[in-house]
Ligand binder design. Structure first.
Ligand SMILES: Cc1cc2nc3c(=O)[nH]c(=O)nc-3n(C[C@H](O)[C@H](O)[C@H](O)COP(=O)(O)OP(=O)(O)OC[C@H]3O[C@@H](n4cnc5c(N)ncnc54)[C@H](O)[C@@H]3O)c2cc1C
Length: 497
């Protein structure tokens, strides 16, 4: 395309030129946040241009949630087959065909892809342009060779993996969450740098598929943001899967090993080393702001480079909004979607809705899963006035029937017994989480959870029993003694009638 040509933008009904157009909402980025914002605003009748430089669908569809969960499904299937003899079912000859595993991963992506496609966006009334957007002023942007105007804009360019500056690391051609999906074969020895959610999920997946995995984490434990008991359980499970877990450890250099057994050597700060063939880096993510033109548009960033937004998701330029990983809010697809929808409404309808970051759920999809919301047990220290009620899954009948008792359901409650946080560890723990998210969002109390009938036998019995446990504790508190003694009198009178 030459400088004099304007980039065509296709709609469901027409092909309109971009140059000179003024849109009610310009959306930069076609990942979850961009797609949801664009569809929401178009649904409100706004003229919306979404600009995506690569593929609509973003990280979640192509390199994040979808491929990682598909890979984990295959890995868990292999592990379940290997361990089926504990139920008296003998499965022999379990073999992993990595090429077929990747076919399954790609099939999951292609099945979901139409929902996020340009065609689906156009059907929702969104104008889609393929190209890179750069802000050129407070209300203008360059898209390809065209300058477009906007009344409002929403930035949703996401975040990308960082590669730490470890000497020699780039020589080993490190994989990241963006590239690992094109691995040609199952690695023999995989070093995973980073023991957060992504490192633990992918580390467990590759270990269960047959790779010798070492996870190196600088913090004293895996999943540093989660409940320490949850982290301990995941560490045990990974060890049982054959993963070597090195916490409180940092890699200082990477060097090539030549000779008859080539590979790579990672030197650790404590003088030990890890030998590997492939390395996956999962140590953090940086916002995609390079070339966005934030300065020209008057958009400010925080100390880590994430776009600063207020509670209404407005940037320092009141006509420009931001949502998703770019903002440094908890980096999840559900955050991106919910925040983008809210920001789009604020942008095109002038609403003043604000985000609630206190009750954003998070799930690490290892086996067992770690699902959590709100305040953690660590924050609920003795000075906090918060109460912790825990039910070990050895007391949950569904866990017993399935032989998965290594887990727990934990509620964090304020002085009035209201749910302010929870951690659940167990199979499909993420499926038990919405109940406590709802409770935390709406100030429900443990007694409300206890009063709701839960289907038996389910893992959500754990949350229910934690609620009942709290009610029983309350009955033994000094203020309640007169009530319980009165109840005893009533009971005696009833039984003696
Ligand atoms: C391995 C992995 C597993 C994950 N698993 C989960 C999970 O199970 N559950 C969960 O909730 N979250 C998960 N996440 C996180 C989730 O993928 C992200 O939070 C989510 O995709 C963020 O969406 P977004 O719209 O903010 O950004 P993105 O999806 O990154 O979309 C940004 C888009 O903007 C485009 N872009 C960037 N700059 C420009 C520009 N200048 N012009 C035009 N286009 C531009 C990019 O090409 C990209 O398509 C996972 C992430 C990873 C890496």
């Amino acid at each position: 395309m030459t400088a004099t040509q304007s980039l065509p933008v296709e709609t469901a009904h027409s092909v309109a030129p971009l140059e000179g157009a003024r849109w009610d909402l310009l959306v930069v980025g076609g990942g979850t946040a961009g797609i949801v914002a664009a569809k929401t605003a178009a649904g409100f009748g706004a003229s919306v241009l979404l600009v995506e430089r690569d593929r609509t669908g973003g990280d979640c569809l192509w390199t994040g949630c979808v491929p990682s969960k598909a890979l984990l499904t295959a890995a868990h299937a292999a592990a379940d087959a290997r361990s089926a003899s504990r139920y008296g079912v003998n499965v022999s000859g379990v073999a992993v065909d990595f090429a077929e595993v990747m076919v399954h991963v790609r099939r999951a992506i292609t099945t979901i892809e139409p929902t996020d496609s340009p065609a689906a966006l156009r059907a929702a009334g969104v104008h889609v342009a393929h190209g890179t957007a750069h802000l050129t002023g407070p209300q203008t942007a360059r898209v390809g060779d065209s300058i477009v105007g906007f009344a409002q804009a929403l930035l949703a360019s996401g975040a990308a993996p960082t590669i730490p500056p470890i000497p020699g690391l780039t020589d080993a051609s490190p994989w990241t969450s963006e590239t690992i999906w094109s691995l040609p074969a199952l690695p023999t020895r995989l070093l995973v740098l980073g023991g957060g959610s992504i490192g633990c999920e992918l580390g467990q997946a590759f270990a269960r598929l047959g790779t010798a995995v070492t996870v190196v984490e600088a913090a004293p434990r895996l999943l540093p943001r989660e409940d320490p008991d949850a982290a301990a359980l995941i560490t045990q499970t990974l060890a049982a899967d054959g993963v070597t877990v090195r916490t409180g450890a940092t890699v200082t250099a990477v060097t090539a090993i030549s000779g008859r057994a080539p590979g790579w050597r990672a030197e650790l700060a404590d003088g030990t080393e890890v030998v590997f063939d492939e390395v996956l880096v999962a140590v953090g993510r940086r916002p995609r702001t390079t070339g966005l033109g934030l300065d020209r548009a008057g958009v400010a960033v925080d100390g880590r480079g994430f776009v600063q937004v207020n509670a209404r998701l407005q940037t320092a330029n009141p006509r420009i909004w931001a949502a998703g990983d770019l903002t440094g809010h908890p980096p999840f697809t559900h955050t991106a979607g919910v925040h983008a929808s809210l920001a789009a409404g604020n942008a095109v309808l002038g609403l003043r809705r604000t985000v609630d970051v206190a009750t954003i759920p998070r799930v690490t999809f290892t086996q067992p899963e770690v699902a959590a919301v709100g305040v953690s047990a660590e924050q609920a220290g003795p000075q906090s006035g918060l109460m912790v009620r825990t039910i070990q899954h050895a007391e949950v009948d569904r866990a017993i029937t399935e032989g998965h008792v290594a887990g727990f359901s934990r509620l964090i409650l304020d002085r009035k017994g209201r749910v302010v946080g929870a951690t659940i560890v167990g199979p499909r723990a993420g499926e038990s989480l919405p109940e406590v998210v709802l409770a935390a969002r709406h100030g429900l109390r443990a007694r409300d959870l206890a009063a709701a009938t839960h289907a038996y036998p389910t893992y959500s019995d754990g949350v229910w029993k934690a609620g009942i446990d709290h009610v029983q504790h309350q009955l033994h508190e000094p203020g309640m003694r007169r009530v319980t003694s009165a109840l005893r009198t009533v009971r005696r009178a009833w039984l003696a009638r």
